[in-house]
Design a protein around this ligand. Structure first.
Ligand SMILES: Nc1ncnc2c1ncn2[C@@H]1O[C@H](COP(=O)(O)OP(=O)(O)OP(=O)(O)O)[C@@H](O)[C@H]1O
Ligand SMILES: [Mg+2]
Length: 237
């Protein structure tokens, strides 16, 4: 059986400047996989390309057996692929509830939307308390919860999480990651990108290390955590 997500030898560029030079990776149904790497390595570009916000210059991306290399993000969401971008990107003047409802834009059924809202409020009780508050008035951690919940409102099969830890204090990072594990347990397949290498590998089953647009190491989290090269390059050891 083929993987849920198969990225094969993609090359990506901004204008004519190449930044991803032949990346291949796979995510199987039910897995929690991490992509790690330094600033500017190409993690977000890879995620945006998988999500359909940009398209690879060459190479293919398939999701649930279907080629989505040229599928726009709005259509990819409907197929069950959701993306939580780096930096949260909430609508700051909209309330928490309005932000969440935007995540379910493909659904018109009010009852379904309300059920999903309830599910999100159960998963993130803080969002229930803050549902009528505008996004901009929430703390960084609360905004990150809201961004994840918005990404889940489309009921994805696979969710791409880009640098959830950005700008959060360590105790909050831990809480956000606990929620990621919980989401995975509920059956959502996860591909996440992180600069917090140790923490990411502690929750993921497998990982890929990106360096200047190529994958330089891959393996189980245990293998990567034990690798001297990875420890030296990414964990300051
Ligand atoms: N919109 C853009 N236009 C032009 N170049 C870009 C654009 N976005 C990213 N790049 C370049 O592409 C390369 C990869 O960037 P990318 O954002 O994918 O890295 P990253 O691994 O996500 O980094 P970070 O950890 O800082 O988020 C970098 O050299 C970056 O300068
Ligand atoms: Mg990035």
């Amino acid at each position: 059986m083929s993987a849920m997500l198969e990225v094969k030898n993609i090359h990506c560029a901004y204008d004519a400047v190449p930044v991803i030079h032949g990346i291949s990776l796979e995510v199987n149904e039910g897995e929690l996989v991490a992509i790690i790497g330094a600033n500017g390595a190409g993690k977000s570009t890879t995620m945006r390309t998988i999500a359909g916000l940009m398209h690879p210059v060459s190479g293919t991306i398939s999701f649930m057996g279907e080629d989505i290399s040229k599928t726009p993000a709005s259509a990819a969401i409907k197929k069950g692929l959701s993306y939580v971008p780096e930096g949260r990107r909430l609508f700051s003047k909209l309330t928490v509830r309005e932000n969440l409802e935007l995540g379910a834009f493909a659904t018109k059924d009010r009852k379904v939307i309300d059920e999903r809202l309830e599910e999100m409020y159960e998963l993130f009780p803080i969002l229930k308390d803050r549902r009528d508050q505008t996004a901009e008035t929430m703390s960084g951690g609360e905004q990150q919860m809201c961004a994840i919940a918005r990404g889940l409102m489309s009921k994805p099969k696979l969710i791409l999480l880009d640098e959830l830890s950005l700008g959060l204090q360590p105790s909050l990072v831990e809480r956000v990651f606990e929620t990621v594990i919980e989401i995975n347990k509920r059956g959502v397949t996860i591909l996440l990108v992180e600069q917090m290498v140790q923490e990411a590998l502690e929750i993921a089953k497998r990982g890929y290390v990106i360096q200047t647009g190529t994958i330089v190491y891959s393996g189980t989290s245990q293998e990567l955590l034990c690798s001297e090269e990875v420890r030296k390059a990414y964990m300051g050891m």
